[in-house]
Design a protein around this ligand. Structure first.
Ligand SMILES: NC(=O)c1ccc[n+]([C@@H]2O[C@H](COP(=O)([O-])OP(=O)(O)OC[C@H]3O[C@@H](n4cnc5c(N)ncnc54)[C@H](O)[C@@H]3O)[C@@H](O)[C@H]2O)c1
Length: 361
């Protein structure tokens, strides 16, 4: 069996990310091997379960299961209450583990439920979207949205294991898959010129989801994320580079009430904004800006934004969690695979960049 193991060497709690096409059909055994609790509650969504439940469920043998709606609009406390109901019905005590099978929304909510149920039980992630495989399942950030903003309520709670089967990506619709590719591009632009080159070279095969092209990309991203979060569990330092594209990205999601963009699409716009701010400041050359935008749009078009007012987006950014002491922290690229974090981006600079990427005045 061809499995890749990447260790997240976190001081407080090291854990493995295991990647391979056989992972889904061997879930139970793999969890046993990492010492995960034998009594398990599965959390998934109806859609994911319809597509992959037979294989995953058979291999997992959970004592109980809870299906909750996914998608950004379901990511709130009321849905988490349904997970607690499932834990109550199962009689889950501290010796139980929760296994999240789904995209980032199921993972973030199930992770939050695990962090808070009886003050914390074990969780394992089985991410089924590209976003979740390359990003959200690793690093222990959990949480839900409030009407006032994304992920405003949450906790850090590291999983015991992350089990990644790139084969399940075949059933994602094109838009969801593409949204994940924008997150992949985030790693490339923020952290890895080598990944950027790989994406540029293999863009067509990756877009067509050729297994041989996707798996090394997923592995590269997991390796990068594992190294970054291991060095910075609670986002005090190096981990903030992964917020590249997220400051403006969250604003795009908030002003459209999470209804228009997939998260990755909003991040794509956020990255275009950050790249434009950086180029206007003279920190990034125009050729690199072009190369970035060209690669991004090779993955497909983004939803239109001409009806969104730049001023509303700037106001939404003022609510961002990345404000420290009244200053908004912004991740700006200075080259391919390199970023700097600044806290002096003005509203005027943001407005100009937002208009340049297509927003209204
Ligand atoms: N915790 C973190 O560090 C972190 C990092 C990045 C993103 N996130 C969060 O992740 C969320 C976005 O995650 P997402 O993009 O996975 O969204 P999602 O979980 O809503 O999934 C998107 C859609 O894909 C469907 N789906 C999932 N797996 C599928 C499969 N294999 N085949 C077919 N359909 C499938 C789902 O049913 C859903 O309709 C956001 O809420 C974001 O805040 C968290």
């Amino acid at each position: 069996m061809d499995l890749t193991r990447i260790d997240v060497a976190m001081a407080s709690k090291p854990y493995p990310v295991i990647i391979g096409e056989d992972v889904s059909s061997r879930l139970g055994t793999l969890l046993d091997e990492v010492g995960f609790p034998a009594r398990r509650v599965l959390v998934s969504s109806p859609r994911v379960w319809r597509l992959h439940g037979t294989r995953v469920g058979g291999a997992l043998g959970a004592q109980a299961s809870v299906l909750v709606p996914d998608g950004e609009r379901s990511k709130h406390l009321r849905t988490v209450l349904r997970i607690y109901d499932g834990l109550i019905a199962a009689g889950a005590d501290r010796g139980w583990g929760l296994v999240a099978v789904g995209g980032g929304v199921v993972g973030d909510m199930a992770g939050f439920a695990a962090a808070t149920w009886l003050r914390g039980i074990a969780v394992a992630h089985v991410p089924t979207t590209l976003v979740a495989q390359v990003d959200s399942a690793i690093g222990g950030k959990t949480g839900v949205n409030l009407r006032e903003g994304k992920n405003l309520v949450g906790a850090f709670h590291q999983p015991s294991a992350v089990l990644v089967d790139p084969g399940v990506l075949g059933t994602l619709n094109t838009r969801e898959y593409r949204a994940g590719l924008y997150e992949v591009l985030k790693y490339a632009m923020a952290c890895s010129a080598a990944l950027f080159e790989r994406l540029d070279r293999d863009a067509d095969a990756i877009a067509r989801r050729q297994a041989a092209a996707i798996r090394p990309v997923v592995e590269d991203c997991c390796r990068t994320k594992a190294a970054i979060v291991a060095a910075d569990e609670r986002e005090g330092g190096p981990r903030r580079v992964l917020n590249f594209g997220h400051t403006a990205g969250h604003a795009f999601e908030a002003v459209t009430r999470y209804g228009r963009f997939r998260h990755g699409e909003a991040v794509a716009y956020g990255m275009l904004v950050a790249v434009d701010v950086s180029r206007r400041r003279g920190r990034l050359d125009a050729a690199t800006q072009d190369a970035f935008a060209r690669l991004l749009f090779r993955f497909g078009d983004l939803p239109p934004i001409g009806d969104l007012a730049a001023a509303d987006l700037v106001a939404a950014m003022a609510h961002d969690k990345k404000i420290v002491d009244g200053r908004l922290h912004f991740v700006l690229p200075t080259g391919i695979g390199q970023v700097e974090i600044v806290n002096d981006v003005s509203a005027d600079e943001l407005r100009a960049a937002l208009v340049a990427v297509g927003c209204g005045e």
